[in-house]
Design a protein around this ligand. Structure first.
Ligand SMILES: [Mg+2]
Length: 365
């Protein structure tokens, strides 16, 4: 089997309604824009797709397909994912590809493999589980009472835990951290994500508040450039750290976080920032060998497949971004996400796709 066509498509993505915020200094929800879809096809008729949804995705993908991806892929065997995954690192050495594009080819090839076998990709990967609990991962709300109300609604809707994305102000965030623990009691798993808003002294201050309130994990308080700083943080606070979400280099980078003693809870695994399914699985196996977790990052279909295939992950991350909380469609009333059933990975439903992509859109929900 040979790859015969490599195409990009554009699909309008409406603005999130209502719009939401992240911490001070970061852009909130994106305005209406265009997503990009990569489609890889073969002389055997089987195809695979991957969805790219970051800001500017459509323009970036059109350009990359023309200049880089198509010339590399035409004539290749689409089942040699390992070879092609290594080729992408070679391409990256010259082009310095945007991090979320490093896994697009790999994700499309895993979709293709699932379609070829008539199985969901998580099963082709060697399925570990068929359901997983979801936690509510909040956007940034205006006040402590608003956060507490969102937490109440989320738990009422079945979510099994709450992860805060707060203001990025160490003193205010520490206050919220304590208030939420006091409000929900000792039994609800709570996590905190700093979205890289702090330096080391503020990260230590917030980390001590998290230890005092018995949070399950502390995620990305600083940009993940200095692994030394993360090692120092890990030695200064008791709350376990979940690290290496946005850093380049997939499992090779995660390995250094582990060796610095920084991954005291574990590392992040995602298709979008860890080099597709292949990079995420490598990262998960690396963490497993040190008896650490590889917590799946992000609310999308490829990451649902990872959740079912990775043994050492705990939760599905489900975004909760409105004051009246709406449970994500893939999460049931018991707070569980069930394994996808269709072949391959599939594209998210609810968007206005070109006709020729309709067979690839998620149908089972
Ligand atoms: Mg995060």
């Amino acid at each position: 089997m040979k790859i015969t066509h490599v195409e990009s498509f554009r699909v309008p993505v409406p603005a999130v309604d209502p719009p939401f915020r992240w911490r001070e200094g970061l852009a909130g929800s994106s305005p209406a824009g265009e997503g990009g879809i990569l489609r890889i096809g073969t002389d055997a008729g089987v195809e695979g797709v991957a969805f790219f949804s970051r800001p500017g995705a459509a323009v970036m993908l059109d350009d990359l397909v023309e200049r880089v991806f198509r010339p590399e892929l035409i004539g290749q065997d689409p089942l040699r994912r390992e070879w092609i995954w290594h080729r992408v690192w070679e391409l990256d050495r010259i082009h310095e590809l945007p991090l979320p594009t490093l896994g697009l080819i790999d994700t499309a090839l895993w979709d293709l493999a699932g379609r070829l076998h008539g199985l969901p990709t998580w099963q082709v990967l060697g399925g570990y589980r068929t359901e997983i609990p979801a936690y509510a991962s909040t956007s940034t709300f205006g006040s402590i009472p608003e956060f507490l109300d969102v937490a109440d609604q989320s738990l009422e809707l079945g979510y099994r835990g709450i992860k805060l994305h707060a203001w990025g102000d160490a003193v205010r965030d520490a206050e919220l951290i304590g208030a939420l623990r006091e409000h929900v009691g000792d039994d609800v798993p709570l996590m905190y994500d700093g979205s890289a808003g702090f330096d080391l002294p503020d990260a230590i201050y917030v980390g001590r508040a998290l230890s005092d309130a018995n949070y399950l994990w502390y995620e990305e308080p600083m940009r993940e450039f200095s692994i030394t700083a993360y090692g120092r943080l890990a030695r200064a606070v008791d709350v376990p750290l979940l690290v290496a979400e946005t850093s380049d280099g997939a499992h090779m980078n995660s390995a250094d976080f582990i060796m610095q003693g920084a991954a005291t809870f574990g590392v992040r695994a995602s298709t979008t920032l860890r080099g597709g399914i292949t990079g995420a699985m490598r990262t998960a196996h690396l963490a497993d060998s040190y008896r650490l977790r590889a917590e799946v990052h992000g609310s999308d279909i490829p990451n649902q497949h990872l959740c079912m295939a990775i043994s050492n992950t705990t939760y599905y991350e489900s975004l909760v971004t409105s004051r009246r909380v709406v449970r994500e469609r893939c999460v049931d009333a018991d707070g569980l996400v069930h394994a996808p059933t269709g072949p391959g990975i599939a594209l998210p439903s609810g968007l206005d796709y070109p006709q020729e992509l309709h067979p690839y859109v998620h149908q089972s929900l």
